[in-house]
Design a protein around this ligand. Structure first.
Ligand SMILES: Nc1ncnc2c1ncn2[C@@H]1O[C@H](COP(=O)(O)OP(=O)(O)OP(=O)(O)O)[C@@H](O)[C@H]1O
Ligand SMILES: [Mg+2]
Length: 289
């Protein structure tokens, strides 16, 4: 079944963003300007310039186009905020962007999202930025049973691929892939699902972020282990207790198709977007520059 029924959320985000008040925002500390962006050499892969300046710097120009990247971290570490900024920045640079929500309904999500000051509600009206509840797709496809067999997962991948094709989606977020995998359950079927999804998205030049929910005590970067092995990239967000404060951190563990920093950064979520500050050895935290 085609996904013509994919719903679009109305311009609520703008209203909520305008009406939301953010307090206690950390001072802007700049990106990572001390790390010069390398010139791309001939033969290098085309990049999806995320628009999140600090991340583009760390990746020497952005995510290689078509990569499937796991955004992995424990609760409240900023996974969704990073993904939403990635999509808004994409839509602003004319790349159609799609957010597939599994864990919470998009209307609730949009009420809680950081009121980014670069958000423009016309992006949603123009269809450049779309939010879709995946459970509605399960119901449309008739695969809303508790367990998903191979046929169901293939149907889901085909549906997402159809939507990406039809809407010319260049950036996709699945929040979270962990929730989808919980319904698939079997490791082999999870592998089949992730391989197929990654392959079709990459073939369509769609760069994707798959949110992976892990416990802070957990080893590895994903619930089943298959996710991190199959993903082209792994970005880890975490918490770090420092002098009575709980800092958020970000680290790029792997990214196929580019060299990149593997250093750990302090992650700051602000209305101007995601900011990163190097976390220096010895524990001091300084401004970028
Ligand atoms: N409207 C808002 N204004 C300011 N800060 C916000 C707002 N919404 C969220 N935040 C900040 O972002 C944090 C949560 O970030 P985010 O939802 O991106 O994390 P997450 O890793 O996706 O969390 P979860 O595990 O619950 O999915 C909150 O703890 C809060 O500090
Ligand atoms: Mg989240």
């Amino acid at each position: 079944m085609a996904l013509g029924g994919f719903c679009r959320v109305g311009p609520v985000l703008s209203h909520l963003i305008l009406s939301a008040v953010i307090s206690n925002i950390a001072p802007r500390v700049g990106g990572v300007a001390h790390m010069p962006m390398k010139e791309h050499e001939a033969g290098e892969r085309e990049r999806c310039v995320t628009g999140i300046e600090a991340i583009d710097h760390i990746l020497n120009g952005g995510i290689p186009r078509g990569n499937t990247v796991l955004i992995s971290g424990s609760v409240g570490t900023g996974k969704t905020s990073i993904c939403i900024e990635f999509l808004i920045r994409g839509a602003l640079s004319n790349e159609n962007s799609l957010y597939l929500s599994v864990t919470e309904p998009t209307d609730k999500l949009l009420k809680n999202v950081i009121p980014f000051d670069f958000f423009d509600d016309r992006l949603m009206k123009q269809g450049k930025l779309q939010f879709v509840d995946l459970p509605k797709i399960y119901a449309e496809l008739g695969i809303d049973k508790e367990d998903m067999d191979t046929e169901s997962t293939r149907l889901l991948v085909d549906s997402i691929a159809g939507q990406v094709e039809e809407q010319k989606i260049r950036r996709l977020v699945l929040d979270s892939v962990t929730s989808v995998c919980y319904r698939i359950k079997d490791q082999e079927r999870i592998r089949d699902f992730l391989l197929r999804l990654g392959t079709v998205l990459s073939a369509k030049g769609c760069t994707s972020l798959l949110v992976s929910e892990i416990r802070s005590s957990e080893e590895g970067y994903s619930r089943w282990g298959v996710e991190e092995a199959l993903a082209d990239g792994v970005v880890v967000t975490g918490n770090l207790e420092r002098r009575g404060d709980l800092l958020r951190t970000l680290q790029i563990v792997k990214m196929r198709g580019t060299t990149h920093s593997r250093a750990k950064y302090v992650l700051d979520l602000t209305t101007s977007g995601v900011l990163l500050v190097p976390l220096l050895k010895g524990g001091s935290v300084t401004g970028g520059g």
